[in-house]
Every structure is written in C-alpha cells, then in structure tokens.
Ligand binder design. Structure first.
Ligand code: ZN
Length: 173
C-alpha cells in the first residue's frame, strides 16, 4: 500500500543537494517510492513532485498535471514517473508564468522558463523514452528538473516584486 510521505520544506538541506542517479528503476524500493510520490502529490494538490521533496536524494520526479484547487487551469494528463532525465534541448523562446512549490507553502512567484523542452528519461518500466513538453507541462518539467539539481523556483525569479502570497494569488484568479 502506498503511503503519504512527509514533504521537505525550504531550509532542509536535501532540497539543495544534487540528487544521485537511479541504477535500477525496477528495484522494489524505487517502485514503492514512485507509488508513494503519486499519492503524496495527489493528496497535496500538486502538479509535480521530486524525490528530494520526500527526503530521497534521487534523480526522479512525477509530473502529474491536472486541474485542482491549487492550479485550476492546469493541463490534464496521466501522471508519469520520470527517472534519470536528461535535457536534450530547450527553446530559445521564454515565457513568464506563475509557480508555487509544495516545499515552499504559501508563496507564488512569476518565473521565466523555456517554452519548450525536449528530454530523455527512463520510465518506471525501465524503458528509455524521449518526449517534448510545451507551455505548462514544460514549466512543470523545468521546475521538477531543478529540484533534482538542488534549485528551487525562488532562485529563478527576476525580482522579489514577482512574489506574492498564495492567498493573494488565488484571490486574483
Ligand atoms: Zn517544487
């Protein structure tokens, strides 16, 4: 049975470490971690979660975009586990958009991201895949990819004027 994991909060050193690669995606402990992250991200109304956010410094994240109370306009998709991702290319075109983070509760910020990203990864069956994401999914991907490098979204904002509380953000929708 998957269990809800505690979410690491900004200030905890694991969020600032570069996560290590996963040797064997089929290892039962990795499969159990993926299941736990799937239920944890859904329970928290997240659109993605990275392993360091559940206290595992591993190169793994879930992209689980769907409309929910925290992100009413999110793209709907089947949640996917992304293991040992490598970015293959990024569009020159950038776009600014709102982000939040389960590890930084109560805050939203405007973050510039590449509008498109191409990447290679292993799925939870251990198969190598290539994919490209655009717009909101590209934003979620880059946010989660940052987490496995020890980077969080507030590192990427251009000005503290681009930060607002979550309550204020939701009031403006
Ligand atoms: Zn985050």
């Amino acid at each position: 049975m998957p269990i809800l994991r505690q979410i690491s909060q900004l200030g905890q050193p694991i969020l600032r470490q570069v996560a290590r690669k996963i040797d064997d995606p089929l290892d039962p402990s990795v499969q159990a971690l993926i299941d736990d992250m799937m239920v944890t991200v859904a329970d928290a109304s997240g659109v993605g979660i990275a392993a360091p956010q559940v206290f595992e410094s591993l190169s793994l994240f879930i992209v689980a975009s769907r409309p929910n109370p925290r992100y009413p306009q999110a793209t709907a998709m089947e949640p996917v586990a992304i293991i040992d991702p490598e970015i293959l290319w990024l569009s020159d075109e950038m776009e600014k958009g709102w982000e939040g983070c389960l590890s930084i509760p109560g805050l939203r910020g405007v973050v510039p991201r590449h509008r498109r990203v191409g990447f290679r990864y292993l799925n939870r069956e251990g198969e190598q895949k290539e994919e490209e994401y655009t717009d909101f999914l590209a934003r979620v991907f880059q946010h989660e990819f940052d987490h496995i490098q020890g980077v969080v979204f507030i590192d990427r904002i251009e000005s503290t004027l681009d930060l607002v509380t979550e309550r204020e953000y939701l009031r403006r929708l």
